[in-house]
Every structure is written in structure tokens, then in C-alpha cells.
Design a protein around this ligand. Structure first.
Ligand SMILES: [Zn+2]
Length: 670
């Protein structure tokens, strides 16, 4: 993707702030006071997440939006457009107050029927959508956002759609055989029907593709100058809809993207890390035609005390660090009865940080993220294997692509694009890759858990990991660190993740013994019972004949890795796997998460450090592997480290819940 080199700050405005003149006057006052941080305003057309509004009401709203757009443009806002809240419908919301849908509903795999979300394929629905978007385009917006209800999963009562008669007929045309809903679901749950599962995901992709194509054509028919944007959901939620970003953005003709996913409040503050990575993954999958990619800043339903303004600022900083160029703030409240001033604190913080963000975007334009790459593919659900008795639709920890995110909490940089980094294979995600793809990963370097090892063994690739899965335990065990140099000063110490305590239902891959297949396999840890009986190796390192370095983890691979001994080991392992090519090493055990973008030459880059802890870090040693000077920049301080050959920096007094930006190389001032 060729995301633009300039920062874009966009604010989404609830319909409740637009409808009455009194509420709109309050909005205008807010906009006047904060013009400096408003590059773009996206006006919602609705307050309810169900799909249907009668067309005469759509027409009334379009006329209202047209007036509001003109007024905001007259105020000097450079870009004002419309955010169509519902296209298919997000949820079964307000069903007692919204009119019944006059077109067929979305139907779930279990027969559930949505009352707020439509089947995207009926002729009646498509006609309605053409008229709705025609009216919106006639309001003369600079752009139109299509919201993230363009998905085939999680629509109100429906978990996985659409199994209505129309969609079943389209599928029959696609595969040459007609299924009833019940027969199709049974076939999709048949381990032998891998091809059918792929075809069904392809059906989902095509449904979305054709809907978006229709919307794009409709808008361009009214005015080809209107820019189109598509909001998307991340693959960490599910890949059921196909995550075919290249095809979908092309079909819509969209040049704006707003990837999304999670982190609504500070209640789960570490969600800020997984969200940044989830959005970065979507950014990395966009076609090159997209030149504006905005972070989903989501405070819905806008209860001010749920998220600190500083969290909002950190989200923006991390968004830029994973390659987006802007932020779409959904943070200014819903209802005109509540004046928008209560959210002014957020805008004020954005004023403070804007100059830094401008520099940041200019400095790291087009640089890739660098770090270990948690492997994922849009085809995960389409290509995964199914064993007898398994439910394809059920959630399963072993297929969660976010499991390795925990490595970021202990200081390892994770990348969102492949770029030759060592891969991380967690759980059964490896099933979705071809044997050749996996072999290539193992030839480069990989960190895997013992469930992934099982997948590799089935493909005949186990030898490249140097070990085989010998025995599986599920209670009363811990791991003990060996004297291998990768364990540093922590030899003989133990890590006890209390797997029987925390994983009562599902302990697959939590305590596995690995048997070395090669005398050169290094054992990093052994499994041991609480009574002191040794059970064999549970973590190993191996340099295989393809030249790749592979580490296998058999004991609680993604949980409770935060002890000093484990952190030290995994930081050493990451350096060993990547042959020292990771651009940064946080040398002390502190709760800093690095996000890194770096040129291959190491002469230009950025390292954002998030202190996700709740204490000040008085001092920390950071090794920056670059020959260039490093400049620490925060909105309130700036320090130049004029190092000649890279090396160790010492940072002092990093406040709790804060970010520090380290600019590597000559800083471009925009
Ligand atoms: Zn349908």
C-alpha cells in the first residue's frame, strides 16, 4: 500500500449532533475552537445500527447532511463527507422503534434470523442500497465511508451468514450442486469437504465484492469526484468473511481505508497493543491504490471516564508506528442533548501531540514494520483442517492468530508484514499454509509451539524443527531452565504457569515433551513434575539443514511468560532466531513494548516504546542497532543521542502508561 505521507485527523460526528440546529451550533463552536486538529469530518447518517430506514427518511437526512456539509466547509474544514452507518446492518438494534425490513433478512448457519441485518444478495435489498447511496452522493460530500458492517459474520442474531434461500441458490450456481441449509452446514463440518469450505468462503468474498462494486458504481454515477472509503474488520476476529481486502477495495474503487478492531476502554489496557497489531495487519494487506489509512479510534458509547485522553493519544502514536497515516476519532458522543464540550479534553491532547505526529509520519513514510512475524493468512478458516467431531464454526484457541501478541508485552518487536523476518507459528494456524510456504519459513527461522510442531509433522516437515512431539502431559508440571547460554544467568530456575489451575477445559499443547531427532538440538528447558521428576525436554533450539533456526516451545507457550527468567530467555531466543537482525533490544526487564519501523539500511527508522506498566521506569538500557544518531521525542521533551555506531542508549524516567518515540537517522521536518 502507498499510504500518504501526511497526517490526517478525522472526526466522526454522530447524527444526534447534526439533526437539530441547536445541537449543530454547539458542534460548530467545537469545530471553530479546534480547527487545528480537524482535517476531516465524517458525518453519520443514522444513530441505529440496524439497516433499514425508509427511503423518504433517507432523502430527508441526505438533504440535512448536504446543508451541514456546506456549513462545515464554509467554516474552513478541508474535507467533509458522509459515514453511512449501516449498509447490511451491524446489529439487531432498536427493533421496537425501527420499521421492519422490507427485504429478506440475513440467515445464520444455525437458522437464526436477523431482524436488523439484511441478506446482501436479494434484488430488493440491492435496489434499496442503490437508492440510498444515490441520495447520499447527491448531498455533495467530499467522500463517503462504507462502514464495517460489510461482513458475513456477527450480524445480530446471526453468527455466521448467509444461509438464506437466495444465497444457497447462488452457492448452487457456484459449485453445481444445491444444498439445503442443514445439508450445507453438515457438509461444511465434514472433515473430507475441504474444497467445499474454501468455496463457501469464496462465496462470502464474492457477495461482499459484488455489493461493494454496486455501491461504487452507484456513487460514481452521481459524482465521480466523490472519494470512497471502506471500513474493515480484522482477521483476529475471524477470517470467515474472507478478508479479501485487495478485491474489495478494488471493487468499491476505495482509496481510503479504516481498519478496525477492539479496545473500547482502559479496562483492558493491554488491548491497545493487540489492536495496533490487528490494524497494522489490515494496513499491510491493502492494495497500493489506497493512499489514506485511518486508525479506528473507538470510544463507543462515549462514556468519558472509560478511557483516558492519554490513551487516545497513545493509540494514535501506535497507529502511526504500524504504518497508518491518520486517525478516525469516534469519540465525540452521540446525542445532541449532551453538549460536545465534555470531550474537548481529547481534542486538547491531540493539539499537543499533533506536531510530533506530523514529524513521525513524514519520517517513516513507506518503511516496513520490523520484528518477529506472527504468521497469519486471510485463508485461515478456508484452509484449516477439520477433524472428526470438530465444529468449523466454533471458536478455538488454537486458531487464534493473536496468541503470540503476548511477546510484545515482554519487549519483543512484532511485525505486521512478512519482509523476511522470522515467523511465529502458534497453534494450528500453520494448517492454512502450503507445505512450500512452511518450508520457506523454517528455512528462514521460526518460533513455534508444540501444537504447530504437530501440524508440521503431519506434513513431513517436523525434522526441520529438530524434534518430535513425544508425550503430552496436562497437570502437575513446570519447566526448568537448562544451562544453555540462551538462558543466561537463569540456569536451573523454574517457570510454573499452573496450567491445571488456569486452563481447566483445554490444555492442548500446554505441557509437551519434545524428543530431539538430531544431536545438535539444544535443550533450553525440561519438563518436570511438582515432585521433582524429570520428564524430558520441553523447549529446544535447532539450526536445520536449510540454514533456518527453529525454536519449539512445549510448555505454556503464550501464557505467563512474564517472569524475569522467561523474558530473558525469549529476548535471547528472538536475537538468536533472527541472527541479531532485530533493530532494537530492550536490555532490562521493564514493561516496555517496542513498535519498530526501519529501512533495510538501518539509516532511517522509528522505535516507539510503550510503557504499558503503571510505574515510572527510572532507567532502562536500549540497544538500537543503527549507525545513525537517535533522537528521543515526546510532546514535552527532546533528547539527542549522538551515537556514531548505534549502540546502547539509557533512557530515564519514562512515565507510567506513556509512549516514547525514538527517531533513528536524520529527522525530516515537514
Ligand atoms: Zn442471503
Amino acid at each position: 500500500m502507498a499510504v500518504g505521507g501526511s497526517l490526517r485527523l478525522s472526526w466522526r460526528i454522530a447524527f444526534g449532533r447534526l439533526e437539530s440546529d441547536a445541537a449543530f451550533e454547539q458542534l460548530l463552536a467545537l469545530v471553530r475552537a479546534h480547527r487545528g486538529v480537524i482535517d476531516e469530518l465524517a458525518l453519520f447518517d443514522d444513530l441505529v445500527h440496524a439497516v433499514y430506514i425508509p427511503l423518504e427518511e433517507v432523502a430527508r437526512r441526505a438533504e440535512l447532511l448536504a446543508r451541514r456539509i456546506r456549513a462545515l466547509k464554509e467554516l474552513g474544514v478541508p474535507s467533509v463527507g458522509i459515514n453511512v452507518l449501516a449498509t447490511i446492518g451491524h446489529a439487531d438494534e432498536g427493533l421496537d422503534i425501527v420499521p421492519e425490513m422490507p427485504f429478506p433478512p440475513m440467515v445464520g448457519h444455525d437458522g437464526a434470523i436477523s431482524k436488523g441485518c439484511a441478506c446482501p444478495n436479494s434484488a430488493e435489498f440491492r435496489e434499496y442500497i442503490r437508492q440510498k447511496y444515490t441520495l447520499m452522493a447527491q448531498a455533495e460530500p467530499d467522500f463517503i465511508w462504507v462502514d464495517d458492517d460489510i461482513r458475513m459474520h456477527h450480524h445480530g442474531a446471526v453468527d455466521y451468514g448467509c444461509f438464506c434461500p437466495i444465497c444457497l441458490e447462488l452457492f448452487a450456481q457456484q459449485v453445481g450442486r444445491h444444498y439445503s441449509r442443514e445439508a450445507l452446514v453438515a457438509a461444511l463440518n465434514d472433515p473430507a469437504q475441504a474444497r467445499l469450505r474454501r468455496a463457501w468462503i469464496e462465496r462470502n468474498i464474492r457477495t461482499i465484492e459484488s455489493l461493494l462494486q454496486e455501491i461504487g458504481q452507484t456513487v460514481r454515477r452521481v459524482n465521480p469526484q466523490i472519494t470512497l472509503g471502506l471500513m474493515t474488520n480484522g482477521p483476529g476476529w475471524t477470517t470467515y468473511s474472507g478478508v479479501a481486502l485487495e478485491r474489495w477495495f478494488t471493487a468499491l474503487g476505495a482509496t481510503k481505508a479504516r481498519p478496525g478492531g477492539g479496545f473500547y476502554s482502559d479496562a483492558n489496557r493491554l488491548g491497545i497493543i493487540s489492536k495496533a497489531l490487528e490494524l497494522g495487519r489490515q494496513r499491510a494487506a491493502l492494495p497500493k491504490t489506497v493512499d489514506d489509512c485511518q486508525y479506528e479510534l473507538e470510544n463507543f458509547p462515549y462514556q468519558l471516564l472509560k478511557k483516558a485522553a492519554r490513551s487516545v493519544v497513545h493509540e494514535g502514536t501506535l497507529a502511526l508506528a504500524v504504518g497508518l497515516n491518520g486517525v478516525a476519532f469516534n469519540a465525540l458522543g452521540m446525542w445532541g442533548a449532551n453538549p460536545p464540550d465534555e470531550f474537548a479534553g481529547i481534542l486538547e491532547r491531540v493539539h499537543e501531540v499533533r506536531p510530533l505526529w506530523e514529524r513521525l509520519v513524514a519520517h517513516i513514510q513507506n518503511l516496513p514494520t520490523v520484528g518477529l512475524w506472527p504468521a497469519w493468512t486471510p485463508q485461515l478458516m478456508a484452509r484449516r483442517r477439520l477433524r472428526p467431531g470438530e465444529d468449523w464454526f466454533a471458536e478455538d484457541r488454537l486458531y487464534q492468530i493473536g496468541q503470540p501478541t503476548v511477546l510484545a508485552e515482554i519487549g519483543l518487536p512484532l511485525s505486521v508484514e512478512r519482509m523476511g523476518s522470522p515467523a511465529i507459528l502458534a497453534g494450528r494456524v500453520a494448517e492454512a499454509f502450503s507445505k512450500a510456504q512452511l518450508r520457506a519459513m523454517l528455512a528462514k527461522g521460526a518460533l513455534l509451539d508444540s501444537v504447530a510442531l504437530e501440524v508440521l509433522e503431519k506434513l513431513g516437515l517436523g525434522e526441520l524443527a529438530g524434534v518430535r512431539l513425544a508425550r503430552r502431559y496436562d497437570n502437575g508440571v513446570l519447566e526448568r531452565f537448562t544451562q544453555d547460554p540462551l538462558n543466561g544467568e537463569y540456569a536451573h530456575q523454574v517457570r510454573d504457569a499452573r496450567i491445571d489451575f488456569f486452563w481447566r477445559q483445554d490444555r492442548r499443547g500446554m505441557a509437551d515433551v519434545l524428543e530431539p531427532l538430531d544431536p545438535n538440538v539444544r535443550v533450553l528447558a525440561t519438563l518436570e513434575t511438582y515432585t521433582g521428576q524429570g520428564l524430558g525436554p520441553c523447549m529446544t533450539a535447532f539450526e536445520n539443514p536449510l540454514g533456518g533456526r527453529v525454536v519449539v516451545m512445549g510448555y505454556s507457550p503464550w501464557q505467563f511468560i512474564h517472569s524475569l527468567a522467561k523474558r530473558n530467555q525469549l529476548v535471547n531466543v528472538a536475537d538468536w532466531l533472527s541472527r541479531g537482525e532485530l533493530p532494537v533490544r530492550i536490555k532490562d526487564p521493564v514493561p516496555l513494548t517496542p513498535f519498530v519501523r526501519m529501512a533495510r539500511s538501518r539509516r532511517r527508522g522509528l522505535i516507539v516504546l510503550l510503557n504499558h506498566g503503571l510505574e515510572t521506569i527510572p532507567q532502562v538500557r536500549i540497544e538500537v542497532r543503527s549507525p545513525m544518531p537517535v533522537r528521543l521525542a515526546e510532546p514535552w521533551r527532546e533528547i539527542l543521542f549522538p551515537q556514531e555506531q548505534g549502540g546502547e542508549l539509557i533512557l530515564h524516567n519514562i512515565p507510567p502508561w506513556s509512549t516514547v518515540c525514538l527517531f533513528v537517522g536524520k529527522v525530516v521536518v515537514p
